[in-house]
Design a protein around this ligand. Structure first.
Ligand code: FES
Length: 681
């Protein structure tokens, strides 16, 4: 009989021989198998659960007998009776190797488990958060060998967790002695070490074993909308998401008006900084309340945003971003304390990480989109558009990536639209118009039924039908074009010209009545000529930005298009193409990716490796400045028509025949969208 045994771990396949009596957790650590532990093998945390196999394993060439592990022990029994343990599971720190054995590590016992499956690809993100909980036993003070409590805690961290050179601020040092004594020399610490930090730091500590929550916020700070996801830092799960309008809108709807506000009003930047920080605090409290957790257990925040939002969040006057050469105060990533941003809602020691900016007008939100969608790893030529008040556009493949931002204005987020609203319950998000009868049907956020389905009125009684959000207005305008209610120039027809009484005259123009809730005290939801013009401006800017990057790349078509946006709903590829928001492409090569910037922020929250990776990637991305590029204006004007004045759309023509209508015989509404100057938004 040998005095060692073969241990094989699945799914990693790692294997090695260990002396009989070696705890499974020890074997796992020595082989570098990913098996979790907060309590360091003391039978308290249950993170080390494993499933031992029995019988023949021909693939591995072993037979596992029933006594391959030491018998079930009292610690496991106590844990099972108090907290429960699935049948077949053992605690890896208690079960000892007594013979050849095959051991499965279930996903929930892996520290570096894969999370955040991305929509367009099958890649998963591996958990590697900067903050984790560690339980330790600290030596008691000894008059023979005098030393401070912190020094003994530091030695325990080194010995029990191989963590060296830990730091703690004064607030933690003040709490250390009572915590150690209350916990009888056992404490749990929340330890943070960012990917660039030379030394780890203690963010929080508790007497004894503590297995409370450890949460992080991923925030996409947009010009119009602020979106936040509350994530569990242990497994990356999204516990709650919420969004609100950026309160800076009262200082100006688009980015340049906010920069102007800062230029014209002494202290204007300080006002805008205070407004956005207060909103973020409120949002942190709201998402924590929605998830039923304490906002004080939020230990990390990752922000992404365009350069103006980024600078204002940090309290940096954005005036330099209002004029060429659009100099950023700095463009690297930054890590700092949440308290430096006046965010008292979260833990007082919480850390903030902000992704790097790409350059000039291309911000950390674009970097986050690149992190989520990885154009730099794409084999085919991919165009990624992140639709917002300022669209972030990336084009490229594994050999070269270009980026620009395009001033679309807030129409795609439901602002500057007569019945527009933020994506929230009650907002119309999907629209269909029957080309024969011109009658609409629609869906609202919060209800799966179409408006002509039985039960729709009852299902929407609570939320009401309150307005149209970004994806809804995109579909409404595209459907109106497909139904012959709007001509290629964007002009709406009259009731006689279109054959529907839903076209209502308003001065010299017409509006389409999408929904009339006035009989029940609700709103009349119309799509006006002004709404169509706002959408034309926005989509022309988006198309022009994409086209500019294609010119720079020297191509006329792309292989794949990814449509992203901070909307509640996904953008319909077909409707985006009918509008001419994006270049022509086979419809099955156009994908909707939801909030890619938000996903990028979540990835950075969960993974230090991802932070390091995007910091390297942004240096490879070549930035194109739309504001000083004369071809941008040419592309913008040509893109004003629906779908486009000059570019052919052969792929679109295969799936949709757009009616050949013209409503320009009875005057116009003042020159169309192409006559108005676009501005960076
Ligand atoms: S490591 Fe904590 S219970 Fe096993």
């Amino acid at each position: 009989m040998t005095d060692d045994a073969l241990v094989i771990f699945t799914p990693s396949g790692k294997r090695g021989r260990f002396a009989l009596g070696t705890p499974v957790l020890t074997a796992a650590r020595q082989l570098g198998v990913d098996l979790d532990s907060v309590c360091g093998g003391r039978g308290i945390c249950s993170r080390c659960q494993i499933t031992p196999g029995h019988g023949e394993f021909p693939k591995h060439g072993v037979t596992v007998t029933a006594d391959a592990l030491s018998p079930w022990n009292a610690v496991e029994e106590r844990y099972k009776s108090k907290r429960g343990l699935q049948s077949g599971r053992r605690l890896g720190c208690q079960a000892k190797v007594m013979g050849d054995v095959v051991i499965d590590v279930p996903p929930e016992s892996q520290v570096h488990k894969q999370v955040i499956r991305k929509s367009a690809t099958a890649r998963a993100v591996v958990m590697d958060p900067a903050t984790r909980l560690l339980y330790l036993e600290v030596a008691e003070p000894d008059m023979e060998h005098p030393s401070g409590d912190f020094e003994r805690l530091s030695a325990a961290l080194q010995e029990q967790w191989q963590v060296e050179g830990v730091e703690a601020d004064l607030a933690i040092l003040r709490r250390l002695q009572p915590a150690l004594r209350k916990g009888e020399w056992k404490v749990t610490v929340a330890l943070h070490q960012g990917h660039r930090d030379a030394q780890p730091r203690i963010l929080d500590l508790w007497p004894g074993f503590h297995d409370g929550g450890l949460y992080g916020l991923a925030i996409d700070l947009g010009s119009t909308t602020i979106a936040a996801h509350l994530c569990d830092l242990r497994d990356g799960a999204v516990l709650a998401s919420a969004g609100l309008m950026n309160p800076q809108i009262r200082f100006g709807e688009d980015l340049m008006s906010r920069v102007s506000y800062a230029m014209m009003n002494p202290g204007g930047d300080v006002e805008m900084t205070a407004a956005v920080r207060a909103a973020i605090n409120g949002l942190a409290l709201a998402v924590a309340a929605e998830a039923g957790v304490d906002a004080g257990a939020i230990y990390e925040i990752v922000f992404v945003g365009n350069p103006v939002m980024h600078h204002l969040l940090l309290g940096i006057d954005p005036v330099e971003l209002g004029q060429a050469p659009f100099a950023l105060a700095f463009n690297s990533s930054i890590s700092l304390n949440a308290r430096d941003l006046d965010l008292p809602a979260v833990n007082r020691a919480a850390r903030v990480y902000i992704l790097p900016l790409i350059a000039g007008h291309v911000g950390a939100d674009c970097a986050a989109v690149a992190l989520a969608e990885e154009p730099d790893k794409s084999k085919d030529m991919v165009l990624i558009v992140d639709v917002g008040t300022n669209a972030e556009i990336l084009l490229g493949n594994h050999s070269r990536v270009l980026a620009c931002s395009s001033p679309t204005g807030p129409a795609f987020e439901g602002a500057q639209i007569s019945s527009g609203q933020r994506a929230a319950p009650g907002a119309i998000e999907r629209v269909e118009i029957d080309p024969a009868t011109k009658e609409p049907r629609f869906k609202v956020i919060g209800c799966d039924l179409w408006s002509d389905d039985p039960g729709f009125a009852a299902a929407t009684a609570v939320t009401g039908i309150t307005g149209i959000c970004g994806s809804g207005i995109i579909e409404a305008v595209a459907e109106m074009r497909m139904a012959g209610l709007v001509d290629p120039g964007g002009l709406m027809g009259s009731a006689e010209q279109t054959g529907t009484a839903r076209m209502i005259p308003e001065g010299r123009t017409h509006s389409y009545l999408l929904h009339d809730g006035s009989a029940d005290g609700g709103p009349r939801i119309l799509v006006t000529q002004g709404d169509i013009r706002a959408i034309q401006l926005a989509k022309s800017a988006l198309y022009a930005g994409a086209r500019l990057l294609m010119d720079e790349m020297g191509i006329d078509t792309v292989d794949r298009i990814v449509l992203a946006g901070a909307f509640g709903a996904h953008i319909s590829p077909k409707h985006a193409m009918v509008l001419g928001m994006i270049p022509d492409a086979p419809l099955d090569h156009v994908f909707s990716a939801g909030n890619a910037a938000g996903t990028g922020a979540r990835i950075a929250l969960c993974s230090r490796a991802a932070r390091a990776a995007i910091e390297a990637t942004v240096h490879q991305i070549h930035k194109v400045e739309t504001a000083i590029e004369p071809r941008f204006q040419e592309h913008f004007i040509a893109a004003n028509a629906i779908p486009h004045a000059t570019a052919p759309f052969p792929e679109l023509a295969k799936i949709v025949t757009l009616p050949d209508v013209s409503f320009n015989t009875r005057g116009s509404d003042g020159g169309g969208a192409g006559g108005r100057r676009h501005r960076r938004g």
